[in-house]
Structures are given as structure tokens and as C-alpha cells.
Ligand binder design. Structure first.
Ligand code: AMP
Length: 223
């Protein structure tokens, strides 16, 4: 399954819930890239300048990364893609890759949130530097300021959540990623969800969008 949506729409939060409750792994290209940047690997060194500027990492780099990650088998045969694909070229590359594996997408779910809410959310967002748990200082604050409820780690803000970078990321989303909605609608895979609500309401809709028969239902068959 692919989760689409602007930065801060809640893809990561929802993917983590699905992972916990349904045991389907989240594959977040943003998380993989941030870890590569932190470790100073060649991938991290390539990606860093693009990420800091709120731009997309080039398609060839991302397709190599996704090929390696899925090909490694670590994610098994079913996973939730969070933050990939982000361009038509990436979507076409993913289709080819999955076809080579005799596989394909079950569903593409777009979590829709107006820009004004995104700007507010990302201004309030912070993450645990140890376990990656996500917080929002207005809607989901930690019990103790600056400390993760789950593991006691320190909370940090992402560098690319700075206001001018958020504006750039939103512009990139509308120009390069939003056209994927039409791409997947044509393939009858797209479902959209109102993401400007609380986490559990969105999760409830995600389960419904996946199909009334549960997580195994093939949405293509249902149309
Ligand atoms: P995210 O955590 O998904 O918001 O990703 C953070 C940053 O990583 C993005 O702003 C991009 O610079 C980069 N990135 C993540 N996924 C992709 C992708 N599929 N294509 C290009 N760049 C990506």
C-alpha cells in the first residue's frame, strides 16, 4: 500500500499505527534517508543538501534505494510505503520493480490536509531522537516537556520543519507529487481520506478505505 499526502499530513503517524495494529511494516524513505545522513554514508552525503533545501532527492537515487530496500527481503512481501513514490518517474519505476517481483500495489491512500493546517502542524511537530515517536506540541504534547513518553529520549525538531523549508516542501508536493493522484486514480487504486481530523478518526477511515473485508481485500477487484 502507498500512503500519499503532503509533508505533515500524517502519513508517518498512520503508517506506525498500521504497523503496530496490523503487523505490516512501514517503509519510510524519509526515515531511511535521515538515518543515512546521520551515519554519513555515501547516500546520506548525496541526499543531505536536497533535504536541507526542502527539495526532492533525484529519482535515480531514490529508485536505487527502493530497489535495494525491497530487494533485501527485509520488508517481506507486504509493506506500507510512506513518502515514496513522490514523482511520476518514481511511480513508474515502482510499477516496474513490483511487476518484476510478480507483485503489485493493493491500494494508494491519499491523506488530504489543507496547506494552512500543514503549516501549523509542522511548526508544532517534534520527534524522539531515540525511538522516533512523533509528537505535536498542540494536539499531542509529551507528558513532560522535551522528553519522550515512550522511552525517555530527548525530543528534537526536524531541521526541514523550519518555516521557509516547509513552504518549499509544500510547493514541491503540489508540483511534483500531487499529480500521482491522477496517475493512481486512472489505475483505480486511489482512495482519499480527510486528514484534517484526529488520529483515530483517520485511522478508522484508513481501515475502511483498505476494504470492508479487511486488509486482504483486493481493491482493484472492487473498483
Ligand atoms: P519525509 O520524511 O518523507 O518528509 O522526507 C524528508 C525529505 O527526504 C524530503 O523532503 C526529501 O528531500 C527526501 N525524500 C524522502 N522521500 C523521497 C522521495 N521518495 N523522493 C525524493 N526525495 C525524498
Amino acid at each position: 500500500m502507498v500512503l500519499l499526502g503532503a509533508p505533515g499530513a500524517g502519513k508517518g503517524t498512520q503508517a506506525k499505527l498500521i504497523e503496530e495494529r496490523r503487523r505490516i511494516r512501514q517503509l519510510s524513505t524519509g526515515d531511511i534517508l535521515r538515518s543515512a545522513v546521520e551515519r554519513g554514508t555515501p547516500l546520506g552525503r548525496t541526499a543531505r543538501s536536497y533535504m536541507d533545501a526542502g527539495q526532492l532527492v533525484p529519482d535515480e537515487v531514490m529508485l536505487d534505494l527502493i530497489r535495494e530496500t525491497i530487494g533485501s527481503g527485509a520488508y517481506g512481501s507486504g509493506f506500507i510505503l510512506d513518502g515514496f513514490p513522490r514523482t511520476i518517474a518514481q511511480a513508474e519505476g515502482l510499477d516496474r520493480l513490483l511487476a518484476d517481483m510478480d507483485s503489485g500495489l493493493d491500494a494508494v491512500i491519499s491523506i488530504e490536509v489543507p496547506d494552512a493546517s500543514i503549516i501549523q502542524r509542522l511548526g508544532d511537530r517534534c520527534t524522539c531522537e531515540q525511538c522516533g515517536e512523533l509528537y505535536n506540541l498542540s494536539s499531542r504534547p509529551p507528558k513532560k516537556p522535551g522528553v519522550c513518553d515512550r522511552c525517555g529520549g530527548g525530543l528534537v525538531r526536524r531541521e526541514d520543519d523550519a518555516p521557509q523549508t516547509v513552504a518549499r516542501r509544500l510547493e514541491v508536493y503540489h508540483r511534483q507529487t500531487e499529480p500521482l493522484k491522477a496517475y493512481y486514480a486512472e489505475r483505480r487504486l486511489l482512495r482519499t481520506i480527510d486528514g484534517d481530523r484526529d488520529v483515530e478518526s483517520i485511522y478508522g477511515d484508513l481501515e475502511k478505505a483498505w476494504g470492508p473485508g479487511g486488509w486482504e481485500l483486493d481493491l482493484q477487484a472492487g473498483g
